[in-house]
Design a protein around this ligand. Structure first.
Ligand SMILES: Cc1ncc(C[n+]2csc(CCOP(=O)(O)OP(=O)(O)O)c2C)c(N)n1
Ligand SMILES: [Mg+2]
Length: 537
């Protein structure tokens, strides 16, 4: 939370409940709400964020959008002007029911009568967790918070999920048995650890090549023989081709959005060439873009359980297809030689080796994230925190939240120099509340992602993408964190060791050569492509 005079009474109630509730005071509502969103990703339960009226709610809105697109349960409580002021454009007043109306949330309501607090809060939690999870905003008029009333206390519910029908899974099994180039794609929200292990069993039993959507790499053990890669911004071209070439697609939990379908090109709309089975918790998603042959409205848990209990089909006809998919994925793990003093593939591989499979990896938006996505091999559910919505400023607060929620797991935040400057102030929150994440700043002195697009479309016309940064190590030290600067590969391992020994929140600034613009191509190569594409510029 970030406090506001609009909800002093609620704050005071938290004082009363200080032995049961941990209040994390943050520095900016964008950071606070990102923390609540990340808490939802780590635990599967809604993180609750308190903010004040217009200014606080506007700052928090980035994370509300993130929770929506990322299908993360979250609750944003907003202090509101007193009821008799409403509709007069009173100080900091916004109609939050309209500002946060769907589709930026699942629900936005105001509690006008204290008698309805238990009912509306129950509905808010249930809505956030049911079907496709997402954010709910509840506005709290200041005078309502201090009005006396007699009311039964409510029970806070867990979410309700549709249950898969066994006959549909039998139909699915029959269709799979007829396939020759099947592919499963996992994604979306609402997964549990058990659902992940059940779907992994189903994939292994049927030798079913399994890809994941952007930033959902932790849904399946990347070391398992069926895992074939992620459909991300920096997707392997061989995987793109494989989606196109498949004749049977089982899509579980993913929305089949722009990123998963490479801009709606790998699967044709509205009728795919592949036999499409779409499993999704909200039936409103079926046919939004693609017409599935079998739409299965289901939560992840019940579908995965039933799938794991099916008799495996004869998968011998796609053994070669499955083996080559896996080989393609393993080939992506061999770094492309791009030169430079600091080998970023080594950085990620070494980090993973030292920190282990329980590490929670938070990634920000930006091109540097390609290194984590390509080289970190996720093994356990709820270890990847990334905004599928691509919101910058996510990973520092997400890392702080993850470390607070899971004090015994290592947490590392990957962030660019651009992203760090958006919410890096939450480092103060980490220190204030005793969280010790490791923050890796990939400093290439630019908004690299936009520079990449710029060079592709407007080569040699650099504008608005260069950055002059503060001294990040001095800044981190000023916050009271441990700080390191690394410019060469051989400096990384000892610097990491010193971070670990410090026992404190640590910031490691990695000086990244501007040429290392992506994991596959240098800035010069990308500019050359741009020059060829736009010879008359
Ligand atoms: C909040 C927000 N603002 C702007 C963007 C557009 N954007 C996407 S990536 C990017 C640059 C990221 O720069 P940096 O964090 O330094 O990472 P780099 O790409 O250089 O590795 C920008 C401006 C965004 N995704 N989110
Ligand atoms: Mg950068």
């Amino acid at each position: 939370m970030v406090p506001g005079e609009s909800y002093l009474a609620a704050l005071d109630a938290l004082y009363g409940a200080r032995n049961q509730t941990r209040v994390i005071t943050c520095r900016q509502e964008g950071g606070a709400a990102f923390m609540a969103e990340a808490y939802g990703k780590v635990t599967g339960k809604p993180g609750v964020c308190f903010v004040t009226r217009g200014p606080g709610a506007c700052n928090a809105s980035i994370a509300v959008h993130t929770a929506m697109q990322d299908s993360t349960p979250m609750l944003l409580l907003v202090g509101q002007v007193a009821r008799h002021m409403l509709g007069r454009e009173a100080f900091q007043e916004i109609d939050f029911g309209r500002m946060f109306a769907p589709p930026i949330t699942k629900m936005a309501v105001q509690i006008d009568d204290p008698v309805k607090i238990p009912e509306i809060m129950h509905k808010a939690f249930t809505t956030a967790m049911s079907g496709r999870p997402g954010p709910v905003v509840v506005a709290l008029p200041e005078d309502m918070l201090v009005e006396d009333c007699i009311v039964n206390d409510g029970m806070i519910a867990s979410g309700i999920q549709p249950i898969a029908a066994a006959e549909q899974l039998n139909e699915m099994r029959d269709a799979l048995a007829k396939a020759s180039r099947p592919l499963m794609i996992l994604g979306g929200g609402g997964w549990t650890t058990e659902a992940c292990s059940n779907i992994a069993k189903f994939a292994a039993d049927n030798c079913l090549p399994t890809a994941v959507s952007f930033r959902r790499q932790d849904l399946i053990d990347n070391y398992s023989d069926v895992y074939v890669g992620d459909l991300s911004t920096g997707v392997d071209p061989a995987l793109v081709q494989r989606v196109k070439d498949s004749d049977f697609l089982l899509v579980v939990g993913a929305r089949l959005g722009e990123m998963t379908t490479k801009g709606y090109t790998t699967i044709s709309a509205p009728v795919p060439d592949q036999y499409l089975i779409h499993v999704y918790a909200d039936s409103g998603e079926f046919g939004k873009v693609y017409q599935p042959n079998i739409p299965i409205p289901s939560g992840m848990a019940s579908f995965s359980l039933l799938a794991s209990q099916l008799d495996p089909v004869d998968s011998s006809q796609w053994r070669g297809w499955a083996d080559s998919a896996r080989k393609d994925y393993l080939a992506t793990l061999l770094p492309t030689d791009l030169g430079g003093d600091l080998d970023l593939a080594f950085v990620v591989n070494h980090l993973q080796e030292r920190l282990g499979q329980n590490t929670i990896v938070a990634v920000d938006a930006g091109n540097f994230s390609g290194w984590a996505h390509r080289f970190w091999r996720f093994q356990k559910p709820r270890t990847e925190l990334g905004p599928t919505v691509g919101a910058m400023g996510y990973s520092v607060p997400a890392g702080v939240a993850a470390q607070l929620a899971r004090p015994n797991q290592p947490v590392v935040s990957f962030v660019g120099d651009g992203g760090f400057m958006m919410t890096g102030q939450e480092l103060a929150t980490a220190l204030q509340h005793g969280a010790a994440p490791l923050i890796l700043i990939f400093n290439n002195s630019m908004y690299g992602t936009i520079r990449m697009h710029q060079e592709r479309e407007y080569p040699d016309r650099v504008i608005g993408t260069d950055l002059t940064n503060p001294d990040f190590t001095a800044l981190a030290l000023a916050y009271g964190a441990h700080a390191e600067r690394v410019t060469r590969t051989e400096e990384f391992a000892p610097a990491l060791e010193r971070c670990q020994e410090s026992g404190k929140a640590s910031v490691m600034e990695l000086i990244v050569d501007a040429e290392l613009l992506t994991t596959r191509a240098t800035l010069s190569q990308i500019r050359e492509l741009g020059r060829k594409k736009h010879p008359n510029l």
